[in-house]
Write a protein that binds this ligand. Structure first.
Ligand code: CP
Length: 338
């Protein structure tokens, strides 16, 4: 039994380096199942309640995919207006009800603190899939897993990393959670680039400073950054009072091949939690970067399945049983015999 078994995953503050290494070790064991080279039915009979009260593509689908790949079934609800929350039902009551239908719940909600509130009413573990502008712990874990893998090719580790975080650092919950995880490592250099109004929240800055890391804050990209990672974020238009306010910042921090060449090293890894805003007025990560081998955005999304499989296995206490319930994949066998 690991420290994860039977527990909610609500915040990165629950994690230490040992816990992160455990998640990464189990995530690495998930490769053959995620690639559909093998099956494991270790969660046969288990049900995931996948509750997304805010838009999502990759978090919702990768949670569901991860659970299916472990042999479990998924029940979903999407959108606030199609749930009884729209009729005034409390998060507590919703949790009491839905935890009776599920063995584990993944949830996203637009209000900060909502997933923790929901968890108080749940009789099964709850995993935070993003609560407003607050946290996105599973994204931070998959981002860190990606960083470790990308740097490994360069013979580097996470200690000593220089990461540039660019864009909406105020409302971008992924950079809040990732920064807090990085605070667990040694000698990190954070370069934070945002308009002053969209700066990283003070509690996150305090955490970085209290951990003794190097911090450079700027309102624009300047000069050549010796960064290992360029982590671009989206202007979180859904968190602004009005579209007009969001429009003031849209497109201010776009990255294309020529801006990348001007400000970054030839090996700097380009990351983004996605979705990238590809509308002409924003164009956060230009399509001319799509062939750049350092663009890691789709490796991040693939890694999301591995990390979420690991979190399900650990939380439900089955990480040591994966191979016992392993099977061949029939459709691959058919393909190879054709
Ligand atoms: N990165 C992320 O949270 O993407 P979705 O909003 O599509 O889930």
């Amino acid at each position: 039994m690991s420290q994860f078994t039977g527990h909610h995953i609500l915040s990165v503050s629950q994690l230490d380096r040992d816990a992160i290494e455990k998640v990464f070790a189990v995530a690495n064991m998930m490769q053959p199942y995620a690639k559909r080279q093998k099956r494991t039915t270790v969660l046969d009979g288990a049900i995931l309640g996948n509750l997304f009260f805010e838009p999502s593509t990759r978090t919702r689908v990768s949670f569901g995919t991860a659970f299916n790949l472990l042999g479990g079934e998924v029940r979903e609800t999407t959108g606030m207006s199609s749930s009884a929350l729209a009729k005034g039902e409390s998060l507590y009551d919703t949790a009491r009800v839905l935890s009776g239908y599920s063995d584990i719940i993944a949830m996203r909600h637009p209000a900060a603190g909502s997933v923790a509130e929901f968890a108080q009413g749940s009789r099964v573990p709850v995993i935070n899939g993003g609560d407003g502008a607050n946290e996105h712990p599973t994204q931070a874990l998959l981002d860190l897993f990606t960083i470790e893998r990308e740097l490994r090719y360069e013979g580097k580790g996470i200690d000593g990393l220089h990461i540039a975080m660019i864009g909406d650092l105020r409302y971008g919950r992924t950079v809040h959670s990732l920064s807090r995880l990085l605070c667990l490592y040694k000698n990190i250099h954070f370069t934070l680039v945002s308009p002053p109004e969209l700066a990283m929240p003070t509690p996150v800055i305090d955490a970085i400073e209290n951990a003794g890391h190097r911090l450079t804050i700027s309102t624009r990209l300047e000069g050549s950054l010796n960064a290992d990672i360029c982590y671009q974020t989206r202007i979180q238009e859904e968190r602004f009072e009005s579209q007009a306010e969001a429009n003031r910042y849209r497109g201010k921090f776009r990255l294309n091949q020529s801006i990348y060449t001007k400000h970054f090293q030839s090996k700097t890894v380009i990351m983004h939690p996605l979705p990238r805003d590809s509308r002409a007025e924003a164009n956060e990560l230009d399509n001319d970067l799509n062939q750049n081998p350092n663009l890691a955005i789709f490796r991040q999304t693939d890694n999301g399945v591995l990390v979420r499989m690991a979190l399900f296995a650990l939380t439900l206490g089955v990480e040591h049983l994966l191979t016992r319930y392993e099977k061949d994949v029939i459709w691959h066998s058919n393909k190879s015999s054709e």
